[in-house]
Design a protein around this ligand. Structure first.
Ligand code: CA
Length: 235
């Protein structure tokens, strides 16, 4: 949450009167409000100005709230964005499904504005703590640079010093493809002269340590180009 600014709430809702009512009440309580009437607009708005919290209606035209939530969770930049799913269906199964989709909380229509405000405040409080300095996160991998510790999916990952620096560099630039030469420069240093295929050896070691048999390979090989830390293209 940006400290100096009022928290920005993105309302994704296709019922105009409900949006008007929510905007009025949220602004009165000191929030800034942005709105999107469908899923695609929501994705665009989030990319333009990342809100502090998304209030996401389940039933939207064209793209459902579930799909919007999936897309939010899939992107490294918005993976941790707090989402409250708003649903008209009270059935437990649906609610649970909403949570499995990645929503942090849900609220069933019709709801009282006081209850909604309480949920919003609670979620903002939970997400408001900035991550500890020196921690990198990507997908299910956390790197504690100070403690020199890597955890994937709750499991400690033991890396050699070169693999550690390689992963650190990748985690600073998720999704970007680097050539072997670029990786040599960044990880080994420009003055070190080693064969580009040395990179392949360390990539292999990194994969072996990082990927358990049932886990997705987070390192993508890009033919004739190099490597990237990227899970999105493999899902
Ligand atoms: Ca709706």
């Amino acid at each position: 949450m940006s400290s100096m600014l009022k928290p920005l709430i993105l309302i994704v809702e296709d019922e105009a009167p409900l949006v008007t009512m929510l905007r009025y009440n949220l602004e009165k309580q000191g929030f800034r409000v942005d709105e999107a009437a469908d899923g695609q607009e929501a994705i665009t708005k989030i990319a333009e100005a990342k809100p502090d919290l998304v209030l996401l209606d389940w039933m939207l035209p064209a793209m459902s709230g579930i799909e919007v939530c999936r897309q939010i969770r899939r992107r490294p930049g918005t993976r941790d964005l707090p989402v409250i799913m708003v649903t008209a269906r009270a059935e437990e199964a649906d609610s649970v499904r909403g949570l499995n989709t990645g929503a942090d909380d849900y609220i069933t229509k019709p709801f009282s504005i006081d209850l909604l405000l309480a949920r919003i405040r609670a979620l903002l409080r939970r997400s408001g703590t900035p991550p500890a300095k020196g921690t990198l996160k990507y997908h299910d991998i956390t790197m504690d640079l100070a403690a020199h510790r890597v955890v994937r999916n709750g499991r400690n990952v033991h890396l050699g010093p070169t693999e550690f620096r390689l992963l650190e560099f990748f985690m600073q630039h998720p999704g970007r493809v680097f050539s072997r030469e670029e990786l040599l420069d960044a990880v080994w240093g420009p003055d070190i002269h080693v064969e580009p295929r040395t990179v392949d050896v360390h990539i292999r070691r990194l994969r072996k340590s990082l990927n358990a048999p049932d886990e997705v390979d987070v390192v993508r090989t890009v033919r004739a180009a190099g490597y990237a830390l990227d899970v999105d293209s493999t899902l």
